[in-house]
Every structure is written in structure tokens, then in C-alpha cells.
Design a binder for this molecule. Structure first.
Ligand code: 7TS
Length: 414
């Protein structure tokens, strides 16, 4: 983007804070400072209104009725599939599968792809910085099939060891599943390199994009990624909705994950013929309102642009690191060169939970604990961290309040 465009984009981003009604709230009689968007982002009014409008005026079941409302709901639902297709630049709309979220999408792939492709002695590669959602489903299917989970190590800064990764890839590897941006460390992984190396051996790659889809431009064709998964609620959309993007060739070859309505062409007691993509993987009445709300979130992000949002978030992360660095005895967990959206830290030997409780009393929402990434905490030998995570609607004032709050906590707890 040329410089003037960046400046214009930033102004629009700053203005957009007022789109989020919850940010006007008081918590514990203090103005809310919301620094937990990595757990779940807040919703702009337009997303809330779109869901309200859908239930007030347009609700009916999809893919079933000949009647007007059902056809209207089906059209709105399928329009969002095309919107998501464009948003991530998928080749075909039927490569976009609606799920409950990132966790559900990974479980779908682990079960369906795993069932068809894993055998005793095979290997699945994940990394040392995965969310539990990208560990446990693989562990479960590996256990069932007698396969082994291999883990790409990381260094003290929280960066993956790509050389060690290359050594792990072998004829036994059936799939690689890696996080795009870490929710605990903020590390942006070298995903193109990870995919390139796997593809040299014809191994498919799944990227967990839960923390990336709204912080960086995702183009699945440019990445040449085989599966890309994310959640609506982290990208300013509703909870209970998410996406599995999969390349047609893989999705077509995979068996259904769940049986039920919508995923069949015909059923007799002797035999069921499964539906085509994407319906093969969308059993039962889907989260129609969630899909429609997700469509509003995609429009909202495209209007502000991921680039402008990310450029402000980068400034916030750098500002937070600069301000926190001054604190005595601060320890940052995750200092990758290429990072985004979160700052994890420990201070003065204090337990992160105690700091979190004091911050909460001051109206400041951060997450404390292991952030569903226990192996990371084990690697660093710590019980957890305090994590401030940023969205484009945060301000430098939010960070100043965080620093004040942490100072208060140090005074009270030391
Ligand atoms: N993968 C990553 C990288 C995540 O950050 C999360 C959620 C998930 C998967 C699971 O997403 P879900 O929508 O299916 O629950 N991360 C967090 C977090 O950092 N704090 O709370 C949830």
C-alpha cells in the first residue's frame, strides 16, 4: 500500500473503535480495557445487527424447503460461503466447509483424513507451540491407529527449528499440522517454508489460522496450503462458527466425519450415498445465524482491510513491549523476530494469576495461565504467563493502563 493509503487506512481503523458497543462498558466500576482478543474478539454493531435481522426477519432452515424463507436463508448462507472463498482466495466455493470453529475443523481433518490415511508406524508432525486443539485430536487418532506424533522443536525465543523440521519429514509422515501465529508467543511461523518442504515429499499441510486470519492477509492458493482452519469469534464474528478450507482433491478423498441430514444424497437401510462437497461435511442443521454473522464480519474486515488493522496492531505490540521492558525483573515469553498481536510476560517472580486478579479489579481484561498451550509452559519451566492480546480497536491508552495496573500489582504483591 502506498503511504497515503496506509495513513487513510489507519484513520479508519482508529474511528472503528466506536463500532464496538461493549468497549463502552464499565467493569468493576472502571472503564473496560479489553486485552483478551486472542481468546475471543469483541463484535462490531453490524455483526450484532445482522444476526438480529436474520432472526427477526429471515430465519428458516437451509437446503430443505421450497418455500420462500428457506430459499432466502439458503441463498444468504451460500453467499457467505462465496464471501469466505474470496476472502481466503480459495479456488472453489465448495472447498469452504462451515464448522463450529478451529477445534471442530481440526477434529474433522484428524478423524476423517486420519481414518483414511493413517496406519500403524505412520507419523504426524506438529510443533512445540501448538494450541491443545492442534495436539489432542492428532494424539487421539495416532493412538487409535498406532501412529506416532512427532514434534518440531523451538528455540528460546519461541521460533521453530526449520532444520530439525526438515529432518523429521520422512516417508512415514502422513500430514504436518502447524499453527500459523502462536496464541501464547505471538510467533508468526515461516509457513510457506514449512509447506514447501512438506510438498517436496508430497505430504499435505494443515495450518491452524485461529490467530492469523484477522492479523495477516491469508491467500490459501498463494500459500499452497492443503487445509486452513479458523474460528469466527476471533475475527469479530459470532461464536460457534468456523471454517475448514481444504483442497478439493483431499476433501473429495476423505470420508464423512459425521452422519445425518444434508450430508446424504440418498439413504436406504442397506446403503447411504453421500452428498458432494461441501455438504458431505456439513451434517445436520448448520449454524445458519453464525454463518450469516460471519459474513458480516468478513465484510467488516475487508472494509477496514487486514493490512491497516495489522499495521496498527504492530504499533501496539511494539509500544507494549517498549513500556513493559522498563519494569524491573520483567521476563517476556516469546521473543520471535517475526511476531504479532500478543505479548506474554512474567514479572518480579509473581504468579500470573495474582496479577490477573488485580488487573481485573481495575477493569483490565488479560488472560493468565497456560493459554491451552501447556507444552510451551513446560518448555520454559513456568506455570503460565500474563498475556495481553491486541486487536485494532485497542489504543495506546489501554496499554498505559495495563502498565499502571501491573505496577499496582507489583506494589501490592511484593
Ligand atoms: N488454535 C489457536 C492458535 C488458538 O489460539 C485457539 C484458541 C484455538 C486453536 C481454538 O479455537 P476455538 O475457537 O476452536 O476454541 N485460543 C484461545 C486463547 O488463546 N485463549 O482462549 C482461547
Amino acid at each position: 500500500m502506498p503511504h497515503l493509503e496506509v495513513v487513510k487506512g489507519l484513520h479508519k481503523v482508529w474511528e472503528a473503535r466506536k463500532d464496538f458497543p461493549i468497549l463502552e462498558r464499565q467493569v468493576n466500576r472502571k472503564p473496560l480495557v479489553y486485552l483478551d482478543s486472542a481468546a475471543s474478539a469483541q463484535k462490531p454493531q453490524v455483526v450484532i445487527d445482522t444476526i438480529n435481522q436474520y432472526y427477526s426477519n429471515e430465519h428458516s432452515n437451509v437446503h430443505r424447503g421450497v418455500h420462500y424463507l428457506s430459499q432466502e436463508a439458503t441463498t444468504s448462507y451460500e453467499v457467505v460461503r462465496e464471501k469466505v472463498q474470496r476472502f481466503i482466495n480459495a479456488r472453489n466455493n465448495y472447498e469452504v466447509i462451515f464448522t463450529k470453529g478451529t477445534t471442530d475443523s481440526i477434529n474433522l481433518v484428524a478423524n476423517s483424513f486420519g481414518k483414511a490415511n493413517l496406519q500403524a508406524g505412520d507419523e504426524v508432525i506438529i510443533s512445540a507451540m501448538e494450541h491443545h486443539s492442534n495436539i489432542v485430536p492428532w494424539q487421539m487418532i495416532c493412538e487409535e491407529k498406532g501412529a506416532t506424533l512427532k514434534v518440531i522443536p523451538m528455540n528460546e525465543a519461541g521460533e521453530l527449528d526449520v532444520v530439525a523440521y526438515a529432518d523429521l519429514l520422512s516417508d512415514k509422515t502422513k500430514i504436518v499440522a502447524v499453527v500459523h501465529i502462536s496464541n501464547s508467543l505471538g510467533t508468526v511461523n515461516p509457513v510457506k517454508e514449512i509447506i514447501r518442504r512438506a510438498h517436496q515429499k508430497n505430504i499435505p499441510v494443515l495450518l491452524d489460522g485461529a490467530q492469523a486470519i484477522h492479523h495477516t492477509k491469508v491467500d490459501v492458493q498463494d500459500l499452497d496450503v492443503d487445509f486452513y482452519v479458523f474460528s469466527g469469534h476471533k475475527m469479530y464474528g459470532p461464536t460457534g462458527i468456523g471454517v475448514l478450507y481444504g483442497k478439493e482433491e483431499y476433501l473429495n478423498a476423505m470420508p464423512p466425519y459425521q452422519g445425518g441430514g444434508d450430508m446424504i444424497k440418498s439413504v436406504t437401510f442397506e446403503k447411504t450415498v453421500y452428498n458432494d462437497l461441501p455438504h458431505k461435511f456439513e451434517a445436520g442443521t448448520p449454524n445458519i445465524a453464525g454463518v450469516i454473522g460471519l459474513g458480516a464480519a468478513v465484510d467488516y474486515i475487508e472494509d477496514l482491510t487486514v493490512e491497516a488493522m495489522a499495521s496498527w496492531e504492530e504499533e501496539l505490540v511494539n509500544y507494549a513491549i517498549e513500556k513493559l521492558s522498563v519494569l524491573e525483573d520483567i521476563k517476556f515469553i516469546g521473543q520471535a523476530k517475526n511476531r504479532a498481536s500478543v505479548v506474554s510476560f512474567l514479572v518480579n517472580g509473581l504468579h500470573p494469576y495474582d496479577i490477573g486478579v488485580i488487573l481485573d479489579k481495575l477493569g483490565i481484561a488479560v488472560r493468565t495461565g497456560h493459554h491451552c498451550t501447556e507444552p510451551i509452559m513446560d518448555k520454559f519451566g513456568i506455570p503460565g504467563t500474563v498475556r495481553a492480546s491486541f486487536a485494532f480497536y485497542n489504543t495506546k491508552d489501554d496499554i498505559d493502563k495495563l502498565i499502571e495496573g501491573v505496577n499496582r500489582a507489583i506494589d501490592m504483591l511484593k
